[in-house]
Design a binder for this molecule. Sequence first.
Ligand code: HEC
Ligand code: HEC
Length: 108
Amino acid sequence: MIDRLSNNVHRLLGGLLILLMAGCGGAAVNEGEDYGNILNSTEGLVLTQSEHEIGWGIAECTICHNLDNIHLVDRSGIGIDIDTIHEQVIEDGIDGCGACHGTNGVTP
Ligand code: HEC
Ligand code: HEC
């Protein structure tokens, strides 16, 4: 009985220690994918082959981009409502990307 109790106390303390450690190191905010201010190029938001070599010509954006992990931070400095875009893109899925990012070299 005493043994079991002390076992549980140990487990509880162990758990608390892990929580405390997470509290110290792990408070980083997830800012998602980051390519700087992507509006700062000749075509702006519209993708070009040279800035999108790896993904060019592929319609299935979500093979490489996790919709939860993009549109989290407005890096443009012009006050884009990034939260609304984040929500809208998750709702619309990959059919909606072209409206803002162009065709990505995919022929319709
Ligand atoms: C095969 C993987 C892959 C696919 C598929 C893909 N991407 Fe990408 N995307 C990347 C990578 C890698 C980057 C980082 C920039 C780079 O190295 O080309 C990127 C960067 C971007 C960027 C930032 C571009 C910039 O100016 O820096 C946008 C916007 C983007 N992708 C949109 C899309 C859209 C929309 C689709 C679907 C039509 C798509 N991607 C499909 C891999 C992919
Ligand atoms: C309503 C317009 C809009 C739609 C629709 C949209 N995006 Fe974006 N996207 C943006 C804007 C604006 C940025 C630049 C964010 C900033 O820095 O202000 C961006 C940035 C990105 C980036 C660069 C990383 C980042 O988070 O900044 C990727 C990758 C990307 N979009 C992929 C996609 C994919 C894939 C889709 C479709 C599933 C999509 N976007 C649909 C407006 C849009």
